[in-house]
Design a protein around this ligand. Structure first.
Ligand code: NDP
Length: 506
């Protein structure tokens, strides 16, 4: 076991040390038009991980040209053939699970058990979309007499993807798997904080037979992302990130009338009624706040607890939170890994200070824990539970994207729904109750793209995911996403003579 682990670590280190962090036209390459050097640090240790040039205008143009050239072949392939290739990509991801999970931890700092779940969900997504795509069919519509129309579903062309750093491979896969399944080709720009697994995916896709050029990776910063959004041969941009950047992406796409999908931030409510199953509600509150160091867009960071169970719930929640193990993310029993960067950790800690200054009580956590070398350069934050919170506090209103759980109390169902909806976000939400009618009343009225009843933060690729309000536009996953990566073409077929009224005289 130890020997196998050592081999995997060696492969991961070799991968981070390889040259060529872009992947264009089927091969790794350096940018030729770099606008500056990006230095990446390993969150677990704070030590240098890798370094590469930020791709410039010519690099973006080359990647888009490569995807455009590949489109002719990939889009013409029978969808059963494309589907088979993508299902094989899913199998390859499963075969390489340990390598990919370790690479993800190196890049992101999340605990290894979580990284395994993320990577397996990438395999699920390739298998799901590979399996679904052969059934994507058009329509035949009679329009009178012998005439009819055919409505076919066609790919868009070159799709650009831009991703965040919290679920690096999953964010990429949720875009690439359905886009490729529908016959599009792809250029992906990962977050400069987490460049590795999108690149590893390129190797896998080539290995299973995705034609070169169909999936390209260009590394870079926001400027690279902006160049990609503005490129005239990009038909659609699929973006995951903050609301602020999302609105810039939307504006860039608007200039070229490009299609756009936006997966943005959240400040989701988790509503726990008096009759909830206590143990499950506590487990869900942990899942809704402390996975991936709290860096999860759909997190239920506003935990509304009905007054009757407040005391009991708090006792259980605090006990469970204190049991979380902060440690080396590569250790199997670690449940809290490293925050993505020093800057982000400082931002999260500033939210703890602001909460205190506004009157919230820190029940546990909210501090940096310095671990022994070589982890002493990493930013490990203890999961924080806040009470005495009010709806108008900064920490309750803004997306923190770190492990801070704010507890709010409520009395009535109508009251909690109004308070849950009093936000410009609308990504997700959860309700815990044994009363099924109440559960359905609540989920019907909460304004969000995904609601969970008696669980939290589960997203199999067969379910659409996306936001209401400022949390986004469009949907990822499920069959809903197939419409986002295709366009319809209507063909009217005349079955008789052309009828043009008095326009034509014999
Ligand atoms: P950012 O919005 O800061 O960045 C996202 C990506 O966009 C990065 O690759 C970034 O590069 C790039 N970018 C920056 N400026 C531009 C631009 N003008 N044009 C095009 N691309 C640009 O988000 P974070 O990476 O900090 O991720 C955290 C955010 O992502 C949170 O708000 C979170 O809620 C959201 N998120 C949403 C998810 C969802 O599915 N709804 C899932 C995961 C995260 P650079 O880093 O160099 O600026």
């Amino acid at each position: 076991m130890e020997a196998r682990r050592a081999l995997i670590r060696k492969a991961v280190n070799a991968c981070c040390g390889r040259q060529g962090f872009n992947f264009v036209d089927g091969r790794r390459c350096e940018p030729t038009d770099s606008t500056g050097q990006i230095k990446v640090t390993e969150p677990a240790t704070g030590l240098p991980l890798c370094s590469f040039g930020s791709s410039g205008e010519r690099d973006v143009a080359d990647a888009v040209a490569s995807a455009k050239a590949a489109f002719a072949q990939w889009s013409q392939m029978a969808c059963t053939e494309r589907g088979r290739i993508l299902i094989n990509a899913g199998s390859k991801i499963r075969e390489n699970l340990e390598f990919l999970a370790h690479l993800e931890v190196k890049d992101n700092g999340k605990p290894i058990w979580e990284a395994r779940v993320d990577i397996l969900s990438c395999a699920d997504a390739f298998e799901y979309f590979g399996g679904v795509v052969p059934s994507v069919a058009g329509q035949h519509i009679p329009v009178g007499g012998d005439s009819f129309a055919i409505v076919s579903r066609e790919p868009l062309g070159v799709v650009a993807g831009i991703g965040a750093w919290n679920f690096p491979m999953q964010t990429c896969t949720w875009k690439v798997a359905p886009a490729l399944a529908c016959g599009n080709t792809f250029v992906y720009k990962p977050s400069p904080l987490t460049p590795m697994t999108a690149l590893a995916l390129a190797d896998i896709l080539i290995e299973v037979g995705v034609p070169k050029g169909s999936y390209n990776v260009i590394q870079g910063d926001g400027e690279t992302g902006s160049l990609l959004c503005h490129h005239p041969d990009v038909a659609k941009v699929s973006f995951t990130g903050s609301v602020l950047t999302g609105s810039k992406v939307m504006a860039a796409a608007a200039a070229g009338i490009k299609k756009v999908t936006l997966e943005l931030g959240g400040k989701s409510p988790l509503i726990i009624f008096d009759d909830a199953d206590m143990k499950n509600a506590v487990k869900a509150a942990l899942m809704a706040n402390f996975l991936t160091q709290g860096e999860v867009c759909s997190n239920g960071t506003r935990v509304f607890v009905q007054k009757g169970i407040y005391k009991d719930f708090m006792k259980n929640l605090i006990e469970a939170t204190k049991k979380l193990k902060i440690g080396d993310p590569f250790e199997e029993d670690t449940t809290v890994g490293a925050t993505i960067s020093k800057e982000h950790a400082e931002k999260v800690l500033r939210y703890v200070e602001s909460a205190k200054s506004e009157g919230a009580v820190v029940e546990c956590g909210g501090e940096r824990c310095v671990l022994p070398p070589p982890l002493d350069g990493g930013y490990y934050l203890s999961p924080c539970v806040l009470t005495s919170c009010t709806d108008d506090m900064k920490v309750v209103k803004e997306e923190v994207f770190g492990s801070i759980l704010s507890v709010l109390t409520f009395s009535e169902e109508d009251e909690v729904i109004d308070r849950a909806n009093a936000t410009h976000f609308g990504l997700a939400g959860g309700v815990f109750t044994k009363d099924i009618q109440r559960a359905f009343r609540v989920v019907k009225r909460v304004q969000a793209g995904t609601l969970w009843i008696n669980t939290y933060n589960l997203y199999p690729p067969s379910l659409p995911f996306g936001g209401y309000k400022q949390s986004g536009l469009g949907r990822e996953n499920g069959t809903a996403v197939l419409e986002q990566y295709t366009q319809t073409k209507t063909v009217y077929v005349e079955g008789g003579d052309v009828d043009c009224g008095p326009l034509y005289q014999e």
